[in-house]
Structure formats: C-alpha cells, structure tokens
Design a protein around this ligand. Structure first.
Ligand code: ADP
Length: 260
C-alpha cells in the first residue's frame, strides 16, 4: 500500500532528496460521488410517500370532533414526526444539490437587507410567544452577487438557530455591513452558547452539541453544514465565536469581489 511504499522510498532515497508522490484518487472520488448520488436519490424517493402520509394525517385531524382524544394525540405526534422527516429530507436534498451543482448560471445581485427583513419577520412569527427581541441593522446599498435562494437558506438557518438556542426574552442582533475587507453578516445572541471544543465541528453533518436537548428543539443537525456549503459557493467564510452561558456570534465574511 501507499504507506509502506513511502517508507521504502524514504529509506532508499534518503530524506534529503526530493520525493514525488502521485496518488490515484479516482476511486475515492467515485465513491464519494456515489455516496452523494445515493443520499440525493433516497431523499428524493422518500419525499413523495411522506407527502401522502402527511396529507392523510391532516385530513384525519381535520375531522377532530369525531375522533377520541387519545387517537387525536397519537395522530398529532405522528404528524409532528412526519414533518420533522420532511424537514430532514429537504435539508439532505439541499445539501446534496449544494455539493454537486454549479453556481455561476443563476447568480445575480441580491438585496441582502430585504432578504434579512423577511427572515426576521419569519423568526418573529416563529418565536411569537417567546418574546425574543430581534434587531436588524442592514445596509440597503450593499448587494451581494449570489444565488438568492441559497443565501436565504443559509441566513435563515443562522437566525432560526439563534432563536432556538436563546431562552425566552433573549436578544438577537442581525447586522449586514461592509468594510475594506469585504461584506459581512453577523447573527449574535445572548443564548446558551457553545463550549470551545465543539466549535470546530459544528459545521459537520449531523453534529450537535447536545442531542437530548436538541431533540426537543427539533433541529436536523444539518443547518450549519448547509451554511458552510452555501458560503463556500459564494467564496465566503464562517466565523463562530461563543461563550457558554453568555451567547454566540456567527459571522459570514464575503470578499469585496462579491459586492455589487
Ligand atoms: P441543529 O438542527 O441541531 O440546530 P445545526 O447544524 O444548525 O443543527 O447546528 C449544530 C449545533 O450547533 C446545534 O445542535 C447546536 O448545538 C449548536 N448551535 C447552533 N447555533 C447555535 C447558537 N446560536 N447557540 C448555541 N448553539 C448553537
């Protein structure tokens, strides 16, 4: 194998000389492609039957007067879990698409301030009874060249996370600004925060700090993986800073070349 060959080459040619290693990665690349295709196909195939299940559950629950309370509770649980599965499949499909397709065609100038306005509205509706205070400071002159739908997914994941991981009455700040280095979007919260040892792994698929806590918040563990891939496709970078018990800030940095 490659390692014993390398060992041999080093003893034979000595460490002082130059050594060139050529490794054929075609097989690895093909396997990775198969994995991506498989995930995308399975997610796609599962979506249709699940839509049927959710549809029938809705019909049954519409007739709630004629069903007994125990059945109703069971149906509601089923509906909740089926919806979770739908979110999971949608996230998996989105991630598969982000990993495989090209961007360039659909890129156009995106008014990020308007995008954020909509996201804030959705987040406020989502957290209606929890009294979060969500402030928004966004430059209306600053547009980003990119794919609007993808940017919306990424930014709303960050804002919804802030809502999910911040206790009632919490403060959430969204900012979108420009400086000499480029354009930046940050989402800060004064919520639960994240311990340092987790920070580097947060953008891995299905990685969650505390899965027991998260099952109640209903996440899929794919949100930050989606954010990372969307940023990659827009030449951007994600920076995460956090203090446990005090709060977190997620900042997306985009290079000046992306500003229009
Ligand atoms: P999830 O669906 O679990 O929210 P994400 O990929 O969006 O998945 O986030 C991964 C993990 O990062 C979450 O499970 C949570 O532990 C942590 N996290 C994300 N955003 C925040 C935040 N604003 N405050 C605290 N922890 C966060």
């Amino acid at each position: 194998d490659i390692n014993s060959w390398l060992q041999y080459a080093i003893t034979r040619y000595g460490r002082g000389d130059r050594l060139m290693v050529v490794r054929d990665v075609t097989r690895m690349h093909n396997l990775e492609q198969m994995r991506k295709d498989f995930v995308a196909n399975v997610s796609h195939e599962l979506r249709t039957p699940l839509t049927v299940v959710v549809g029938y559950l809705e019909t049954l629950l519409d007739a709630e007067d004629s069903i007994n309370p125990r059945w109703k509770r069971a149906l509601q649980q089923m509906q909740q879990q089926a919806r979770r599965m739908q979110t999971l499949l949608n996230d998996l499909l989105l991630l598969a698409r982000l990993e495989t397709s090209d961007t360039v065609d659909d890129e156009k100038p995106v008014a990020v301030d308007l995008l954020l306005l909509g996201i804030r509205q959705d987040a406020q509706a989502l957290s209606a009874e929890r009294n979060h205070h969500i402030s928004l400071e966004a430059s209306s002159q600053l547009r980003l060249r990119g794919i609007e739908g993808e940017l919306r997914s990424a930014f709303s994941n960050l804002v919804f996370n802030a809502v999910k991981y911040t206790p009632d009455e919490g403060e959430i700040q969204i900012r979108w600004w420009q400086d000499e280095r480029g354009a930046h979007l940050s989402v800060s919260d004064n919520g639960v925060g994240i311990a340092p040892q987790h920070i580097n792994r947060l953008t891995e698929r299905f990685y969650r700090v505390d899965s027991s806590r998260n099952s109640s918040t209903g996440g899929t563990g794919l949100g930050l993986a989606i954010v990372k891939h969307v940023l990659l496709r827009h030449d951007g970078k994600l920076e995460i800073t956090s203090t446990p018990g005090k709060g977190s800030t997620f900042t997306c940095h985009f290079p000046s070349g992306r500003i229009v």
